[in-house]
Design a protein around this ligand. Sequence first.
Ligand code: PXP
Length: 241
Amino acid sequence: MTTDLLINIDHVATLRNARKETLPDPVHAAAAAEAAGADGIVFHLREDRRHITERDVRLLKQVVRTKLDFELSTDPDVVRICCEVQPELATLVPERREEVTTECGLDVIAHRKRLRDVVAQLRQAGVEEVALFVDPVLDEIDATLETGADCIELHTGDFANATNANERERCAGELARAAEHAHAAGLVVHAGHGLDYCNYPAFRATVPHIREVSIGFAVIARAILVGMEQAVREMRHIVKS
Ligand code: PXP
């Protein structure tokens, strides 16, 4: 299976907002990523609007020609905006104001009912696919099936943050088992968080059935040095090889 590369452009907006400027524009970054071969664009409209804003969301909907992945919490106001925008994919994630970035997968078991309602609401509004962002835990994957979601996005943060080879191997094994389990149950498998130019080959070699990956920070950080198109081309080369 070939894996699609979706580029998360949140941190272009983080840089813009640091000086309360209009540049760099995440919409320009999305267009450059697509020109370099990205298979889709991801953004997270957070409740506190710390990076992506509603203006960005509306423009991205008009400009993006590939696939748009709208990451969101179950906050009713953000769910409403997602329903209006109708992206091809909506990915539900947990959200805490104090966190610097998303820290873990959803507790699907605890929030099963609310998640089932939101998945139904998004599908009814015309969102083609809904994914839940989950840790590589088999019970969470089983609970995902009960919500009516089409896909899971496996949280790769522990794998990415592993500090030695044994830990990395253990985390890759957990991801591989979770991917097998989800695929066998009929879920489409996505993955993301902390994937980069160095750790991707080990991830790809170990974890099967990955339909798409969502990669942000590593690509945007490299883009500052080599330009957005070059940074995306380099990641694309690694993901597709
Ligand atoms: N997937 C999800 C659900 C995320 O929240 C993030 C971070 O915004 C990513 C993927 C991308 O992670 P990174 O920016 O570390 O590549």
